[in-house]
Design a protein around this ligand. Structure first.
Ligand SMILES: [Mg+2]
Length: 312
């Protein structure tokens, strides 16, 4: 499989997972399979979402990817500005923590840290969910640089280092998969690169025997979110199977399925994403005119990002 096919798989797969899971957010485990007993669901809409409408996960991933391309590299103040402009336009969905950090009026380099000082709980999955574009882009630079970029982008909205380490792990798993290697086999080496004070907790939830029932927090937290996505990848053998398993877990279904779709998309490739899902997919961008991206637009974005940063 060509690497571009995997890059498109990561970006498009995440968006499709997001749109598939959105109508099931905060529903109970098992509701998805109840509605689609054959196990292959549809982008059905509901809960305020049109069929195929992608949520904040994909909207923020697009904004991040466009900044990387237009600024020709990592421009953190520019990413923060784009996020803030989007948040101020009242998107249908936005994470509580992300909203407080972006709209609190503090500068880009202090906002998340200040929020973390006052709020002990800041390890939400909100920086994990938007990582498809940055993971594809920085993969060309190798393990250390992609994990470093992940941490810095995460820290724009999430002051808790646990979230940054989660995004760094996800970036690295995508990088490995883009090379055609097995990201699950890369977990031990990846965990060795995690900041020591966060390593044990990440090793626990990413262990081969971990099951989503073992989670000690709601899957809106970064640990069970990434761990559930890795579990879904590990226990299925298709793109459809992986994202269906993720949505069926209930809870923060759009984001768990967005992260699962990112991993399953890069592993199985864009060709494994059903056309009936990509046909209905669309990504509104509040704050940026009347722009609504299609699956083809996401393919173009992913393909452009796959070249990575220009040489220094
Ligand atoms: Mg969402």
């Amino acid at each position: 499989m060509r690497a571009t096919e995997r890059s498109v798989g990561a970006v498009l797969g995440s968006a499709v997972g997001d749109a598939l899971g959105a109508p099931f957010e905060f529903r109970l485990p098992g509701v998805f399979r109840e509605q689609f007993p054959d196990g292959v669901g549809e982008l059905c809409g509901g809960g305020g979402w049109d069929p195929g409408e992608a949520t904040d996960d994909t909207q923020m991933a697009v904004l991040l990817g466009e900044s990387l391309l237009e600024r020709r590299g990592l421009d953190l103040p520019d990413i923060f500005d784009r996020f803030r402009r989007w948040a101020a336009a009242d998107p249908k969905d936005i994470g509580l923590q992300t909203e407080q950090v972006l709209l609190g009026g503090d500068p880009w380099d202090l906002a998340a840290a200040l929020h973390f000082q006052i709020n002990a709980r800041a390890a939400g999955n909100g920086s994990l969910m938007r990582a498809s574009t940055s993971a594809v882009y920085f993969a060309t630079r190798g393990r250390a640089e992609t994990m470093d970029a992940a941490r810095r982008i995460s820290a724009l909205t999430h002051g808790d280092g646990a979230a940054g380490e989660g995004v760094a792990i996800l970036h690295e798993l995508v990088r490995v998969a883009l090379l055609g290697e097995d990201p699950l086999a890369a977990l031990p080496a990846t965990l060795a690169e995690v900041a020591p004070r966060h390593r044990a907790r990440w090793a626990t939830v990413l262990a081969p025997g971990w099951h989503p029932d073992d989670a000690t927090e709601f899957n809106g937290a970064v640990w069970p979110c990434l761990a559930s996505a890795v579990w879904a990848l590990r226990t299925t053998d298709s793109f459809e199977g992986a994202v269906a398993a993720a949505v069926d877990l209930g809870g923060d279904t759009d984001t768990v399925a967005a992260v699962t779709g990112m991993l399953a998309g890069v592993v199985h490739g864009a060709g494994a994403i059903p056309a009936r899902w990509t046909a209905a997919l669309h990504v509104p961008l509040p704050g940026f005119g009347d722009r609504v991206l299609s699956a083809d637009d996401l393919r173009g974005l992913a393909t452009a990002l796959a070249s990575g940063p220009p040489p220094a």
